[in-house]
Design a protein. Structure first.
Length: 286
């Protein structure tokens, strides 16, 4: 085994080659359980975990017992439900606490969220989802109640489409194939949205999702291609459709989000990424 080998992110466990002897299936099952928890699903029962992971109840019972003994889950005997324990939270904190992009972007994101009356997020890809690495919300923002660590779909959200638009054709093709296999019936509409997003990012520097994921939600996304441990990242602004009409996005918020992304790239010394972002003048007022 080469010391400097490259390990590719597995899009789905079904993609695993049968002869991969380095892959530990038992560990994958345990991590699959941990990935079920989010701010929307803070506590889960063994039955819910079994249904969500497609693992048998007997297997789930052994996994939750082991993860609880190791401190990665906490069990409530009264309800029989589990939540993430200190061990899992420590892993997440260790991963994000020294992540420079978050520290640089956080105040800029909060300022933009306050201005837009919406939420601003920084995301990385996690399989066929995008996961929130940083999340800032205006006190007046209404939305889905998402937060750091939550996942949203890659294919139908602006932040996911921005990620796809930043990839090379060679990198993007197998991922698009996986999206198609995941939901063949939805693929024609999903493909049109992705193809439009790729054109929009190339021509305008941003893309949108206007009710494509959740009918009541509008959002815009901008890719951030910097040297990060998570690869390509994306920013987005999201909120209720009534507060983010297309005209406001095009004339005001898109230039501001592009400006934020450019500023973060410049602050991180990623001049090459910053130069690729088109700059549109920001109109004063709303």
């Amino acid at each position: 085994m080469g010391r400097n080998r490259t390990i590719e992110l597995l899009r789905d466990v079904d993609d695993l080659p049968a002869d991969d002897r380095q892959f530990v299936a038992a560990l994958e099952r345990g991590l699959r359980v941990l990935r079920m928890f989010s701010s929307a699903h803070e506590t889960l029962s063994n039955g819910e975990l079994s249904r969500g992971t497609a693992l048998s109840k007997a297997t789930i019972s052994r996994l939750t017992y082991t993860l609880s003994r190791l401190g990665y889950l906490t069990h409530d005997p009264a309800s029989g439900r589990y939540r993430l324990g200190p061990g899992a939270l420590a892993l997440g904190y260790a991963s994000l606490s020294k992540f420079d992009v978050r520290q640089v972007a956080r105040p800029l994101m909060q300022n933009l969220a306050d201005y837009a009356g919406a939420s601003v997020a920084l995301c990385a890809r996690d399989g066929l989802n995008m996961i929130y690495l940083e999340f800032r919300r205006s006190p007046n923002a209404l939305g889905l109640g998402l937060d750091i660590g939550d996942r949203i779909p890659l294919a139908t959200t602006s932040v996911g489409r921005a990620y796809l638009a930043a990839m090379s054709d060679e990198e993007r093709k197998p991922l698009l194939d996986e999206i198609r296999r995941n939901d063949p019936s939805a693929w024609p509409k999903v493909r049109r949205g992705i193809e439009q997003a790729i054109r929009d990012v190339a021509e305008r520097g941003y893309c949108t999702s206007l009710g494509d994921w959740v009918p009541e939600i509008h959002s815009l996304g901008v890719p951030l291609d910097v040297n990060s441990p998570y690869g390509i990242l994306s920013f987005n602004i999201g909120g209720l459709a009534s507060t983010l009409p297309p005209r406001l996005i095009e004339t005001d918020l898109a230039p501001r989000l592009i400006g934020l992304t450019r500023r973060v790239a410049e602050m991180l010394g990623a001049s090459a990424a910053a130069e690729r972002l088109p700059v549109k003048p920001v109109k004063s007022g709303r």
